[in-house]
Design a protein around this ligand. Structure first.
Ligand SMILES: *Cc1c(COP(=O)(O)O)cnc(C)c1O
Length: 422
């Protein structure tokens, strides 16, 4: 469910016509619906209401400060994967004791920053990382709370680039050696073992792989208990999929019911790290048609949003629906919707049946609220798009469109290249 809909053939976000935003904000721009964000968070979080749990929004899916603040206001914690995300989360008002820090490559400075901020726990991904965290904590005279991220070797049947829980993936600690790793961790004086963690992949549309992962973790928790290691947090990661096209992912209620059934009798606090399911369908990107042209084989619609703005179609071959901002009576034709970037892989849609568009018309690429703006780049020296949040009949620019100055910030030409000195 989301609040993008047509009224009189005109696409609205909540009560704001997108053309009204396009009159004020340069295209392309992202639009997030506050009401949708809120609805998604509440649907997800309340599904787990009967069990002690913490919903740690996965910041990497959409890290705009306004989006973060919206979730924190509703009681969300944060799942972060870098010092930069920690800074954003704190800046947006996160409770540090609801922050979990994941990621395979945490740097020393990032660990120090997180310890200093007194976050809830570190999801540790290797034995070397365990030792480094212990060392840093000792120097700081602190004790770091940790969970080990387990790789349960489960195939979530999703895109290979977003599979994370197979033993060929770089993530986590092999489930087979995990018990040994916990024993090692216990010897480290400046660590407190509090949890077990896993995250098996993204855009999962089936519950079974989650349950398989949960069972592996449960077994491990029982084994740990036998050794006197008590686990208070069971972190099952994120990964719940959304509908981009025909997918039929489980509703958060079904997902929660299945997990909670499996968790009966366990005394842990469940941690969840949803990203895509909260923001994906709460955002779109609006782009303007620049040109149309026809080659022998194809009809092209050239728009002002490229792979630098939205890379999912290029990177994963992902399907995202494209709709007109104003419905016309134009006949449908099969087109490739492509961006201005000098790469053949720069497309938003291929062989898509769409109304015949004309230059100057606006299109909306749906389901762009997760892994959209956050994956954008300045490739081809294109300034990044603005982000807009809609609430009711109002809209707010929550990130300005970048300027030319932004593009060269931090760059300099060393003196020796100065022609006067040659
Ligand atoms: C990316 C990620 C998530 C969120 O995944 P979604 O598929 O967006 O729900 C959660 N936890 C970790 C560790 C991640 O890397």
């Amino acid at each position: 469910m989301h609040y993008f809909h047509y009224k009189n053939k005109e696409l609205f976000c909540e009560e704001v016509p997108l053309r009204a935003i396009a009159r004020r904000v340069e295209t392309p721009f992202y639009v997030y619906s506050y009401r949708t964000l809120k609805r998604h968070f509440k649907a997800f979080d309340s599904a787990f209401a009967q069990a002690p749990h913490l919903t740690c929004y996965s910041v990497k899916a959409n890290s705009n400060l306004a989006v973060l603040r919206a979730f924190f206001n509703l009681g969300a914690g944060a799942d972060i994967v870098s010092g930069g995300e920690l800074m954003r989360a704190l800046n947006a008002g996160a409770d540090p004791r609801k922050i979990v820090f994941s990621g395979v490559g945490k740097k020393k400075e990032e660990i120090e920053y997180a310890l200093d901020s007194d976050i809830l726990l570190f999801n540790v991904e290797s034995s070397q990382e365990l030792k480094i965290i212990n060392l840093i904590a000792r120097k700081a005279g602190k004790v770091a709370r940790i969970a080990l991220r387990i790789n349960p070797d489960i195939d979530p049947s999703t895109h290979p680039y977003i599979t994370t829980g197979l033993n060929e993936n770089k993530f986590g600690i092999d489930i087979k050696t995990s018990l040994q790793q916990y024993r090692e961790a216990r010897k480290l004086k400046n660590l407190e073992i509090v949890g077990v963690d896993c995250h098996i992949g993204s855009q999962l549309t089936d519950i079974a792989p989650f349950i398989d992962a949960l069972r592996s973790i449960k077994d491990l928790i029982f084994q740990l208990k036998k050794e006197g290691i008590n686990i208070s947090y069971l972190d099952l990661g994120g990964g719940l999929g959304i509908t981009y096209s025909e997918e039929t992912p489980p509703h958060p209620k079904q997902y929660a019911r299945a997990l909670l059934k499996e968790l009966k009798g366990m005394k842990c606090t469940l941690i969840l790290e949803p990203g895509r399911v909260l923001t994906g369908n709460a955002g779109i990107i609006v782009t303007r048609v620049l040109y149309t042209k026809k080659s022998e084989k194809k009809n092209f619609v050239i728009v002002d949003a490229g792979m630098n703005d939205l890379i999912r179609p290029s990177l994963y071959g992902a399907f995202q629906e494209i709709v007109p901002v104003k419905i016309s009576r134009a006949r449908e034709i099969v087109v490739d919707v492509v961006g201005p970037i000098c790469e053949t892989g720069d497309f938003l849609a291929r062989d898509r049946r769409l109304p015949r568009f004309r230059p100057g018309e606006f299109l909306a690429v749906m389901s762009s609220g997760a892994y959209g703006f956050v994956m954008s780049s300045n490739y081809n020296s294109r300034a990044r798009a603005a982000e807009v949040m809609v609430s009711g009949k109002d809209f707010y620019v929550v990130r300005e469109h970048e300027s030319y100055e932004d593009l060269i910030r931090g760059e300099s030409i060393p003196e020796f290249l100065n022609p006067k000195r040659r």
